[in-house]
Design a protein around this ligand. Structure first.
Ligand code: FAD
Ligand code: UDP
Length: 383
């Protein structure tokens, strides 16, 4: 008889959804998290009344009604709609690419004029796009590619656009209407009170025990101190759900999967309004950061009581190549890494009583809604 039914490694969205589903079915879960806080990358921290997105700005958006209804059980969402602005050497453009962008870029006024400008510029690509550069030009033409895509993308991914897969850019909408809403999603918003509170609510169940500051690999090797006794890993739980990096689980024995990492330089400023928008992208190559987030605008500049906040917190986001010891953020789904992942996946499938899930466990560029959807699906089959 083991202590728990499930050992959940990682308290991010995937781990939290799975733990909750298992707990609701009467199964006992132990969730271990190597960071000192729960929530994984969606973790937010309150600074001077502002919910600061510690691991990068997170805007919840989905077309999946089941996912939207599910997440409402744990948080109320505000009506925030993401509409970032691009700053190219002091010129400001609306994102995503829409009539406001085309008007500013070319002075065009009607959708026909915009379409014909794009048509004229995209004709340099006369074949199926083979990489991100060709995909971008064939979507929006050369001017927008040069000013709003090339520099930003090369900073973000640390590779030339000609060496990046085209799917990265396919998810950016291009619209011949005046609409700055970044996401094509039926439902969108930010959890009121922060993501951390939302994850806390998910994990708040009599069948779930959460312990932070505990690394799975340490537990695997040395067991875990519980109620004054040391329990071996093998005696801890019937099954493990692992949401950490898949290659780390196997001791990197087939090689290291590459990630892009992000470094945040966060400052508290003694002024009420720094940039007038939650997200401003710096799309030139020279500015070293990719974007500046001004966190208070995710909640319209108000604190939990609805008061205006006199200060502001901004984060400059620097993209960097991941090296062991850094936080892994974005999987690099190019051919080389995808093949290596497939090899790890075979090992994962052969691993008894362990489920691999989430952005790191499956080495996938998942949005939050997709993580919830997949975790619910897996829980549905498993439990
Ligand atoms: P994670 O949140 O990474 O959770 C994994 C957890 O496992 C972590 O807490 C980690 O510390 C823990 N862990 C790892 N190894 C161990 C170990 N050995 N022992 C114990 N614990 C361990 N999605 C959106 O929908 N909208 C957005 O606007 C958006 N913006 C994003 C911005 C950035 C910068 C990034 C990186 C991602 C963004 N995402 C966004 C995606 C979103 O963050 C993910 O979909 C989601 O957080 C993934 O959840 P997860 O549980 O799979 O992984
Ligand atoms: N992108 C760009 N310019 C921008 C914003 C995005 O070229 O101002 C490109 C870039 O290649 C990026 C991709 O579009 O990787 C997807 O952007 P998104 O903001 O959706 O990615 P996220 O950072 O949310 O994962």
């Amino acid at each position: 008889m083991k202590k728990y039914d499930y050992l959940i490694v990682g308290s991010g969205l995937y781990g939290a959804v799975f733990a909750r589903e298992a707990a609701e079915k009467g199964l006992k879960c132990l969730c271990i998290e190597k960071r000192d806080n729960i929530g994984g990358n969606v973790y937010t921290e309150n600074v001077e009344g502002i919910e600061v997105h510690k691991y990068g700005a997170h805007i919840f958006h989905t077309n999946n009604k089941t996912v939207w209804e599910y997440i409402q059980k744990f948080a109320d969402f505000n009506r925030y709609t993401n509409s970032p602005v691009a700053n190219y050497k002091g010129e400001l453009y609306s994102l995503p690419f829409n009539m406001y962008t085309f008007n500013k870029m070319w002075g065009v006024v009607t959708p026909e004029e915009a379409a014909s400008k794009i048509e004229e510029q995209r004709s340099v690509i006369d074949h199926e796009p083979q990489n991100l550069e060709e995909q971008a030009i064939s979507l929006v033409g050369t001017d927008i590619y040069e000013k709003l895509i090339k520099g930003y993308t090369e900073k973000q991914w640390g590779r030339p656009c000609t060496e990046l897969p085209s799917f990265i850019i396919k998810r950016l909408p291009v619209r011949l209407i005046f609409d700055n809403n970044y996401f094509n999603a039926l439902y969108q918003g930010i959890p009121i009170g922060g993501y951390t509170k939302m994850i806390e609510n998910m994990l708040d169940h009599e069948n779930i025990k959460v312990v932070t500051g505990v690394d799975f690999f340490d537990v695997k090797e040395n067991g875990m101190e519980m109620d004054g006794e040391r329990i071996d890993y093998s005696a801890l739980a019937e099954k493990t759900l692992y949401t950490g990096p898949i290659d780390a689980y196997f001791g990197f024995k087939l090689g290291t999967l590459q990630y892009r990492s992000v470094r945040f330089e966060t400052e508290l400023l003694d002024k009420p309004n720094y940039q007038g928008n939650a997200v401003i992208n710096y799309t030139d190559r020279e500015t070293p950061y990719t974007r500046i987030i001004e966190h208070k605008w995710f909640e319209f500049g108000k604190d939990a009581e609805g008061n205006d906040i006199p200060k502001t917190v901004i984060s400059k986001e620097y993209s960097s190549e991941w090296k062991p010891g850094d936080e892994p953020y974005y999987p690099v789904n190019d051919d080389k890494n995808s093949k290596l992942y497939d090899e790890y996946k075979k090992l994962a499938e052969a691993e008894e009583n362990v489920i691999f899930g989430g952005r790191l466990g499956e080495y996938k560029y998942y949005d939050m809604d997709k993580v919830i959807e997949v975790a619910l699906e897996v829980a549905g089959k498993e439990l």
